[in-house]
Design a protein around this ligand. Sequence first.
Ligand code: NAD
Length: 214
Amino acid sequence: MKSVPQPTIHRLVAYYRHLKRLAGNNDQTVICSKKLGHDVGTSSAQVRKDLSYFGEFGCKGVGYDIQGLKKSLEVILGLNRSWPVVLLGAGNLGRALINYQEFKKMRLEIVEVFDYDLDKIGNNVGNLVVKNVKNLDSIISRGIQIGILAVPVEEAQGVAERLVKVGIKAIWNFAPTPLNLPPDVIIYHEDLSSSLVGLVFYINQLETKVIKNL
Ligand SMILES: NC(=O)c1ccc[n+]([C@@H]2O[C@H](COP(=O)([O-])OP(=O)(O)OC[C@H]3O[C@@H](n4cnc5c(N)ncnc54)[C@H](O)[C@@H]3O)[C@@H](O)[C@H]2O)c1
């Protein structure tokens, strides 16, 4: 299989979510690429290209069978099984992530949360009890492969290294800092500020243009 670009994966998730919604509606059993693209904010050509990485789907002139494509995407994305996740840092962001219900709907579940703050250890967040990061080794037997990093920047590298030591293979990093880890560890950086600054950039460009034209 050709290597799949990250934006394609993000769109596959959007297609999947939409098909899941449609699958609950018995009146509609098929959807064409134009409508699917329109519903998730992309073009029919993009839908076809994204799916073409994984084989042939749908019938020309008919469209995609909603249930069938939903099931195929489930397998492609790995959502046909449950994925336990460990979270490091029970602060503002960590608590919000634990309480976000959408992950569970996709069989992604934060099953352990660790912190080093004695005031937080032992507290409940959602259905979880915050554990002492000193006991991180305890997750080894649970076979967890995905970790979320929601600790301050200064702690991120050290905590990430500890995660790798206990078997974590993929890290979703919210700390706005690069991580230096073995190349086989998959890292996704989530930088909320840069997204917001991206919007500011475009507004600023527009305003500058308007001022120049005054
Ligand atoms: N709050 C947000 O909306 C937000 C948004 C984007 C990114 N971030 C980033 O996410 C990270 C967390 O942000 P926050 O607002 O939740 O901060 P926070 O201070 O509320 O929470 C951080 C938590 O990490 C814990 N911690 C610190 N060092 C640790 C260690 N070595 N081991 C285990 N736990 C440790 C702290 O005790 C605390 O509970 C930061 O890097 C921040 O820049 C936060």
